[in-house]
Design a binder for this molecule. Structure first.
Ligand SMILES: [Zn+2]
Length: 335
């Protein structure tokens, strides 16, 4: 295996949320990076280390909660390298082709947002891996087992000599955990975004068909408007599915939308949409269809009715509030 970088970052938060524009679309900043730690592995052995504390510009004041978790002080940050210079040093140290690994999937989106804000190339890194996922695929989680880095380190009996939530020590702990894995195999088998969406959308116990995937959307709500995303075809004959006149789509969790379409020849079919945003900047949407049996049709009818009822009550409440406000104004004007 070529060189592989395991990294971890700490970031500062604001006391107020911060919104910035990326290619014309509002993005909420997840955090401003204040510390990066990394180890470089070659053939499974650590060949180099990287550690840097940076001086934030957008959130210059260290949030008390971040101070508590990381043990960093305001003075540490004030002495830090300016963030743009720090990020550039990290990129140079990793190299343009580097593959990165982290415990979980939180760090890369924050990294890419910060690259954008510093005017650096947010397309880097091109490849990154959630090592927690690799770990779980090779050592399936048992009931009651925690999956935080600290819990796993403890479970594996790795000596806990350094504090957690220091970027370099977390990267070192992650590398130590990887010592228990077949990392090469884990990275080779690692599913891409499309594969991950397919696994979520088309579980083996369901008859989901015609899986399709669209990467690169900036607008996370594109599935509410885009004909491409919504325009599903009958899973049996490929003719366009007609939607209800009410065009009702229901949400399942934060990242799934579904509706019932109808084929004149083959009857109803469920349409499933799912979205994923791995880089913190772009959404990938995916769609599958599923012939709807009686149970699915009954369930949909019930859910649809409940959603219509909720919408009706919300409208009534809004109307009542508007009426009360208007009355209040009239009363005040009369005084
Ligand atoms: Zn059909």
């Amino acid at each position: 295996m070529s060189e592989f970088v395991i990294f971890d970052m700490e970031w500062n938060m604001g006391y107020q949320p911060r919104v910035f524009q990326y290619q014309g679309i509002d993005q909420t900043l997840r955090g401003e990076i204040i510390q990066i730690g990394a180890v470089k592995l070659k053939d499974g052995k650590t060949v180099d280390r990287f550690s840097l504390t940076m001086k934030p510009r957008i959130f210059p004041k260290l949030h008390y909660r971040v101070a508590k978790v990381t043990g960093l002080t305001q003075a540490d940050l004030d002495r830090g390298v300016p963030i743009k210079e720090g990020l550039q040093r990290f990129i140079d140290w990793c190299g343009p082709q580097a593959a990165l690994g982290e415990w979980g999937l939180d760090d890369v989106p924050v990294l890419k947002q910060n690259l954008v804000l510093c005017g650096l190339d947010e397309a880097w890194p091109r490849r990154w891996y959630d090592l927690q996922r690799v770990f779980t695929s090779q050592r399936p989680r048992q009931e009651g087992e925690g999956m935080t880095l600290e819990a796993v380190v403890e479970r594996l009996g790795i000596p806990k000599n350094d504090a957690f939530h220091d970027a370099l020590s977390d990267a070192e702990y992650t590398a130590a955990v990887c010592g228990f894995l077949d990392l090469e195999k884990g990275l080779a088998e690692y599913p891409g975004e499309e594969q991950q969406l397919k696994e979520l959308l088309c579980p083996p116990d369901r008859d989901r068909r015609d899986f399709a995937c669209w990467p690169g959307y900036l607008d996370g709500e594109a599935w509410s408007t885009s004909e491409t995303l919504r325009g599903a075809a009958c899973p049996q004959c490929g003719q366009p599915l007609a939607l209800d006149a009410e065009d009702i789509w229901l949400r399942k969790g934060n990242n799934c939308l579904y509706s019932m379409g109808h084929c004149a020849q083959h009857g109803p079919a469920m349409i499933w949409l799912r979205r994923m945003r791995l880089d913190g900047l772009h959404f990938t949407f995916a769609r599958a269809t599923e012939p709807a049996d009686d149970a699915m049709q009954a369930k949909w009818a019930k859910e649809k009715k409940a959603a219509q009822e909720r919408a009706r009550r919300r409208k009534e409440k809004e109307a009542a509030e508007a009426a009360a406000l208007a009355m209040e104004r009239v009363r005040n004007a009369g005084r």
